[in-house]
Design a protein around this ligand. Structure first.
Ligand code: SF4
Length: 92
């Protein structure tokens, strides 16, 4: 498998990743933390990217920018959050 990371020059855009000459999609996680009730479901479903903050007992993503290999689990988190405070948008 061939990986290539591309950094657009002076664009301020996040790097994109190519696998076997195909550019992977990237997504941005948006969370309205005011709505979070700290139930921990997100952390239970996707411990790799969700944690409960020790200061306010609300969840936060470890990474806000994810790629398509991480999308399905984070989408499940968004779908199953009881207060629907998470959105995931594809970065164009
Ligand atoms: S599932 Fe939703 S409400 Fe529960 S801790 Fe995670 S972000 Fe907060």
């Amino acid at each position: 498998m061939f990986y290539k990371i591309l950094f657009p020059e002076n664009s301020g855009v996040a790097a994109s990743v190519q696998i076997n000459n195909r550019t992977m999609k990237q997504y941005k996680i948006k969370q309205d933390r005011d709505l979070c009730v700290g139930c921990g479901r997100c952390q239970m479903l996707c411990e790799e990217n969700w944690e409960i903050d020790d200061d306010d007992y609300k969840a936060k993503p470890k990474k806000e920018i994810i790629d398509e290999t991480e999308y399905e689990k984070n989408k499940q988190v968004a779908d199953e959050c009881p207060v629907q405070c998470i959105e995931i948008e594809e970065i164009k």
